[in-house]
Design a protein around this ligand. Structure first.
Ligand SMILES: Cc1ncc(COP(=O)(O)O)c(C=O)c1O
Length: 382
């Protein structure tokens, strides 16, 4: 009789481990909402918005139904529409460019910086020129804080100022991270984030939020998320959406926010351990001075066509991996007809062939992580 049992599968992101830690606090929070029955814009939504504003230092937080809606609401509040160009990276999740198209504007793609995978601010002026040559009005830029690391917000803001662009920070992957000792949420006119369950601060469904320091902008967002309401919801002063964060999700997020700083510390410890174990020979993420990451992903770079073999070797050992992103947006069927800025997107093309993300979450234990590190080293024969 064969008594060997397979080791339990290694999760890529362990939502269940966090659920075990939070335990009855979540059940009690959901129970309170089930008792008061204010399922839309109930008291937990306002309480969570206030706590999130205090956490990130933004004057206003306006929650909504998803990270994608957060970006749409912000673009709508900026008045962006047909004939406008919205500059964004090509090496990102599709929602970054999708929202520009959804409001009728045109995304214009900029390349990534090879060191950080974030937008290369040196490409912004070229994208503005490309947009103008195409007869578009360059209006806004959406830098993305990819994999948990803030974009180079100093350089983005300088480029935006030079060309009079509004900045909408897409912090869906990086809420909680810092740049120049400031948490994301206050760089640019607005910041959007996502509470999708796999995000560093995730809920148990879809959810999102927009942060801004601008009072009038926040008023516009609050109106837009309830069908463009004015003095009440039967007074419609603009075309809006139905996009609220459910009260149940807000109640869950209040509990999750309590442990979020501790989880960010854990993620950093785990990321440092990966870097110590792999940094001598594989391309590991480097955090620029003055920045911190929340490590939505721990993404290594494997050149020379060895990535697929590495993924296969890890899979054989029960270790899941993910490729974010295998096809940059300028090559996607839905986006390839949109313009690319003058600088081109060669780095994005290269990154798409090299990146591979390893399991990363706040509850990854040391023996499991050692197994992952050893397997990567063996597979690459380091
Ligand atoms: C960079 C980026 N922007 C926007 C979004 C959209 O967020 P949501 O899935 O909550 O709509 C995501 C989600 O993965 C993302 O990674």
């Amino acid at each position: 009789m064969n008594l060997r049992t397979n080791p339990p599968p290694i999760p890529f992101i362990d939502v269940a481990a966090q659920r075990r830690r939070l335990g009855s606090a979540i059940d009690a929070a959901v129970g309170r909402v089930l008792n008061h029955c204010q399922f839309i814009l109930g008291p937990e939504v306002l309480a969570f918005e206030a706590e999130l504003a205090a956490f990130c230092g933004a004057r206003h937080v306006v929650t909504c139904a998803s990270g994608t809606d957060a970006l749409v609401l912000a673009l709508r509040a900026m008045g962006i529409g047909p004939g406008d160009a919205v500059i964004c990276p090509s090496f990102t999740f599709c929602a970054t460019a999708e929202v520009a198209a959804l409001v009728g504007a045109t995304p214009v793609f900029v390349d990534a910086d090879a060191a950080t995978c974030n937008i290369d601010a040196k490409g912004i002026a070229g994208a503005v020129a490309t947009a103008k040559e195409a007869g578009l009005r360059p209006k806004a830029i959406i830098p993305v804080d990819l994999f948990g690391l803030p974009a180079d917000h100093g350089a983005v803001q300088a480029a935006a100022k030079a060309d009079n662009l509004l900045v909408l920070d897409d912090a869906a992957q990086a809420f909680g991270a810092t740049c120049y000792n400031r948490r994301l949420g206050t760089f640019g006119r607005a910041t959007a984030t996502s509470f999708f369950p796999a995000k560093p601060l995730g809920c148990y469904g879809d959810g999102g939020a927009v942060m801004t320091d601008d009072d009038a902008f926040a008023d516009a967002l609050r109106s837009l998320r309830v069908h463009g309401q004015g003095s009440d919801k039967y007074d419609n002063i603009r075309i809006g959406l139905a996009s609220r964060l459910d009260t149940i999700q807000a109640a869950i997020l209040i509990e999750k926010l309590k442990i979020f700083p501790d989880e960010i510390d854990a993620r950093n410890r785990i990321a440092n351990r990966y870097t110590e174990g792999l940094g001598d020979s594989v391309g590991v993420p480097r955090i620029p001075a003055g920045y911190t990451s929340v490590w939505a992903q721990y993404t290594i770079r494997v050149a020379g066509g060895r990535r697929d073999a590495l993924a296969a070797a890890l899979k054989a050992e029960g270790i899941p991996t993910a490729i974010y992103y295998p096809i940059p947006l300028h090559r996607q069927q839905a986006y390839k007809h949109y313009p690319v800025g003058k600088g081109g997107v060669a780095v994005s093309d290269r990154l798409a062939t090299e990146v591979i993300s390893l399991p990363m979450h706040a509850y990854l234990d040391a023996p499991t992580q050692d197994h992952i590190i050893d397997t990567v080293r063996r597979a690459l024969k380091l």
